[in-house]
Design a protein. Structure first.
Length: 141
């Protein structure tokens, strides 16, 4: 089992405009690794950069940090070493960094008074308002 810990080393959040348009599109970018991973005995330290920008340019958020990955078993650590040397970061590591970074950016955007940088959900159609012909409601008491 992989043990994953995330440490932020740089946080930059900037509100570029006071006027907030009704529609914002966010661009999200995760660079993992952002530089050469460091191997210390039974641990890998992998640097990352996470950035969010909006269109129109209203907000820019950049998070930089390290993800520390260790393993309980030697065989799993050997596989992890091979994957990282081949620049294939394991999916659980990518997911942990992405989820943590999204959560931090939501808190930062809230502090700036901006909408959260999450993808917009499709609009649902309200089916309860459609009235069927020849439909009679019965009351049972």
């Amino acid at each position: 089992m992989l043990n994953i810990a995330i440490q932020l080393i740089s946080i930059n959040a900037e509100k570029l405009s006071q006027a907030i348009p009704p529609q914002l599109n966010f661009s999200v970018n995760l660079t993992l690794p952002s530089s050469e991973p460091i191997k210390k005995s039974k641990q890998f330290i992998i640097p990352f950069t996470f950035s969010i920008s909006s269109n129109p340019p209203i907000v820019q958020i950049v998070l930089k940090g390290n993800v520390m990955v260790t393993s309980d078993s030697d065989s799993e650590f050997k596989k992890l070493s091979e994957d990282i040397e081949a620049r294939r970061i394991p999916v659980p590591v990518v997911q942990a960094v992405f989820i943590n970074s999204i959560a931090e950016s939501i808190l930062l955007s809230r502090a700036l008074g901006l909408p959260p940088p999450i993808p917009s959900l499709p609009q649902l159609i309200d089916m309860s308002r459609e009235v069927k012909k020849d439909f009679k409601q019965e009351t049972v008491i």
